[in-house]
Design a protein around this ligand. Structure first.
Ligand SMILES: NC(=O)c1ccc[n+]([C@@H]2O[C@H](COP(=O)([O-])OP(=O)(O)OC[C@H]3O[C@@H](n4cnc5c(N)ncnc54)[C@H](O)[C@@H]3O)[C@@H](O)[C@H]2O)c1
Ligand SMILES: [Zn+2]
Length: 694
């Protein structure tokens, strides 16, 4: 390849990765690889400036704006950060700063580099008036409504009488009339895991990592959906026309005092040696933080010095990001185990030669699905790279092709279920293969029991850890309904020895008197679990915890749900066609009907309180609504309940079926546009109020 071709190839490739990353919230390669390729391109461009392409990713902020949101122009450009993975580079950075400041004194502020999405928030007279993404650095997407869903972002900051001119009063700075704060929007790890647990429950594909999940969430059109994922934001920068602060440190302290969420992990460092100490200290401590981080950011503290050092086209010269290398190791892929989950989804798990990674021995890694195997191009007996990111299970991130021998051979993805031999099926648009043998497939049956006994369902957790396997083995139970027929005579004294395949360690599960008593009490007590728990325990695909609760509240009883048509189900708030279809299908199955009847006979709660909306009237009867923006008289919840209380229905998207789009302040332009295109009438808040009172 000639240098020109090489530059062209790298430019295209990196632009493609940027597009995937910023537009589609997908990492096609890991960050380290991306950064290395970018550095390679930058070096080539320095050597052959004549071949540098105008669309080179080396001189531009990677993102762009999207047409789904209206565009805002940043008052101050939102740039990227130079980055490095080496301490030598940091010393060099420090030398550049010293030179740039002609030997004058300076200090740094170090912060964690939070791994999320850069956000900008503008406040006018103390009120949050605009929230935007970074976009291409000059223009971003107006995502004000989505940012308003972040509970820690103040919608209003007190301005101490409102007269503050942003005077420099080190002790009591006052927010100026117009200012901007910037920070990192993120999905807390606990929230990421909660969402994935819920997705697993209802058989949806898991979100890949918290950063991409956050980025995808901020780009959603429906801020009610955004609000369900509890996003958060750490602020790390303050900007205004007037000189409010002299140093970055002052701004961090003041923002905190004004009620902004500033992570208290930052530290002022007198010199680069102290910076190194900070880096070393956080290398492992960062894993205790509630969010993913991928390095630290080092900033020159004084604003006048920042100004003197200035910017390149892409990043400030007064700051740099030090990135921790993801914890990685290389090892051999010896085999793959195909696991079958509760919904029949087959997931490949890599079996590895044990290797030490970040203090723990790793023997397994996640491979997600068949697409992932294809994407990685991994073969059996390959040497592979495993990495531990924010997630607990390590994953395979690449193949060491230099070490591939003729021992490597392609992975043949099974076409039949590894557990029951039933031919696998793949539903359209899904990455997973499924074993359709729901009733007879042993791991599916086992997982159904585990789902049934969990705390949020029937809460018989004393049956965990091998006990169910033992019961199934002995033929004592076939379906969870059989649990209610168990007697102490059935259970007392049975035991099973489990041997751990890897360690060879043996574990005995035996039913002694005390165990039996506990289990039978828990089974008995489960009969009092509320109806919504029973509904969730059934394990209907796509019916997670929340959906079960909604259905239970709306219909009030199992019989009502059983007899509900797809249309009737669709009247439940937030119910989509996919869930409705799945519910109808499940109850249409004779085996499932028998299962429910046995639960009924056992005395489980198949009815609960029907939380019907109080009817105010029927003026909206048969009409469908959608709303966009914010309203003077209603919160979103109010609006929805008033629509329901008057016989109307809220739809989840704009279609020809929609009767009215209620347009509030800061309405989403794409919704308005779509409504115009489809000739859906748009009404104001006042017009809606008028409809209620006719
Ligand atoms: N894997 C991929 O396919 C892929 C593709 C594109 C980009 N990337 C990754 O993204 C990086 C480029 O993204 P970038 O331009 O956003 O740069 P960056 O993420 O390396 O640094 C700039 C960003 O850091 C964030 N940040 C976090 N904590 C901060 C703090 N305390 N102070 C200031 N800023 C803070 C801000 O959002 C800021 O915009 C690449 O280096 C690469 O690692 C990966
Ligand atoms: Zn099977």
């Amino acid at each position: 390849m000639t240098p020109q071709e090489h530059i062209a190839e790298l430019t295209d490739r990196l632009n493609y990765y940027n597009h995937q990353y910023y537009q589609n919230s997908v990492s096609a390669v890991d960050d380290f690889t991306f950064d290395q390729l970018l550095a390679e391109l930058a070096a080539l461009e320095t050597q052959y400036p004549e071949y540098r392409r105008p669309d080179s990713p080396t001189a531009r902020v990677g993102g762009t704006i999207s047409k789904e949101f209206s565009t805002v122009y940043h008052r101050f450009p939102m740039l990227s950060l130079g980055n490095t993975y080496s301490e030598e580079d940091l010393v060099e950075f420090d030398n550049r700063i010293r030179k740039g400041l002609n030997g004058r004194e300076y200090d740094y502020v170090c912060e964690l580099k939070f791994d999320g999405v850069a956000l900008s928030m503008t406040y006018e007279n103390g009120v949050l008036v605009q929230g935007a993404t970074r976009g291409d650095g000059v223009r971003g997407d107006d995502i004000t409504n989505n940012i308003r869903t972040i509970r820690t972002v103040p919608l209003r900051v007190p301005r101490g009488g409102g007269e503050g001119q942003g005077r420099v009063d080190a002790d009591h700075p006052v927010p100026p009339a117009l200012f901007e704060v910037r920070g990192e929007g993120f999905l807390p790890l606990a929230e990421f895991e909660r969402i994935n647990k819920e997705r697993e429950d209802i058989g949806e594909p898991l979100l890949a990592n918290p950063r991409n999940a956050a980025s995808g969430t901020f780009k959603q059109q429906d801020s009610a959906a955004v609000a369900k994922r509890r996003l958060d934001c750490y602020l790390y920068s303050f900007l205004s026309d007037s000189d409010v602060f002299r140093t970055h440190e002052e701004s961090l302290i003041a923002m905190k005092n004004w009620g902004f969420n500033v992570s208290q992990t930052w530290r002022k460092c007198a010199d680069i040696k102290e910076v190194m100490l900070y880096i070393n200290e956080w290398e492992t401590k960062r894993f205790d933080l509630p969010l993913g981080t991928d390095g630290i950011v080092i900033k020159v503290n004084r604003y006048d010095q920042q100004q003197e050092l200035g910017f390149t086209a892409k990043s400030p010269r007064w700051a740099i990001a030090f990135k921790y290398k993801a914890l990685a190791a290389s090892t051999v892929l010896n085999g793959i185990r195909y696991q079958v989950g509760r919904t029949g989804a087959v997931t490949p798990v890599a079996l590895l030669t044990p290797v030490l990674l970040a203090g723990t021995i790793v023997k397994r890694a996640s491979l997600h699905n068949a697409n992932e195997i294809e994407r990685l191009g991994v073969m059996l007996n390959d040497t592979v790279f495993v990495e531990k990111g924010g997630e607990i299970i390590p994953k395979i991130t690449g193949v060491d092709l230099n070490r591939r021998t003729d021992q490597s051979h392609p992975i043949v993805y099974p076409t039949t279920c590894p557990a029951c031999n039933t031919p696998l099926v793949r539903k359209e648009g899904e990455a997973n293969f499924y074993c359709p043998n729901e009733q007879g497939c042993p791991p599916q049956r086992q997982a159904r029991f585990e789902h049934f006994i969990q705390r949020r369902a029937m809460n018989i957790e004393s049956l965990g850890e091998g006990k169910i396997e033992l019961l199934i083995d002995r033929g004592l139970v076939q379906t969870p309904a059989d649990l209610y027929a168990l007697t102490s005579a059935d259970l007392l004294g049975i035991e099973k020895v489990f041997e751990d395949e890897e360690t060879g360690k043996r574990r005995v599960v035996s039913f002694r008197e005390k165990t039996v008593e506990n289990i039978l009490t828990a089974i008995e007590r489960s009969k009092a679990q509320p109806f919504r728990n029973v509904l969730f325990a059934l394990g209907i695909r796509y019916v997670g915890n929340t959906t079960a609760e909604r259905l239970a509240d709306y219909f009030g009883s199992m019989d009502a749900i059983m007899n509900a048509s797809q249309e009737a189900l669709l009247a439940v708030p937030d119910m989509g066609p996919r869930i409705a279809e799945s519910v109808v299908e499940w109850f249409a199955n004779v085996g499932n009907q028998g299962f429910v009847n046995r639960l009924r006979a056992a005395g489980l709660q198949l009815a609960g309180e029907k939380k019907e909306v109080e009817r105010e009237g029927d003026t909206l009867e048969g009409k469908t609504f959608l709303y966009t923006g914010t309203f003077a008289n209603f919160s979103r919840e109010d609006l929805e309940s008033r629509i329901a209380a008057n016989g109307g229905k809220v739809l989840s998207g704009i279609s020809k079926k929609l009767n009215y789009l209620i347009v509030g302040e800061n309405a989403g332009p794409s919704k308005v546009e779509k409504a115009q295109k489809l000739n859906v009438p748009m009404i104001s808040e006042d017009e809606f109020l008028a409809m209620l009172t006719v």
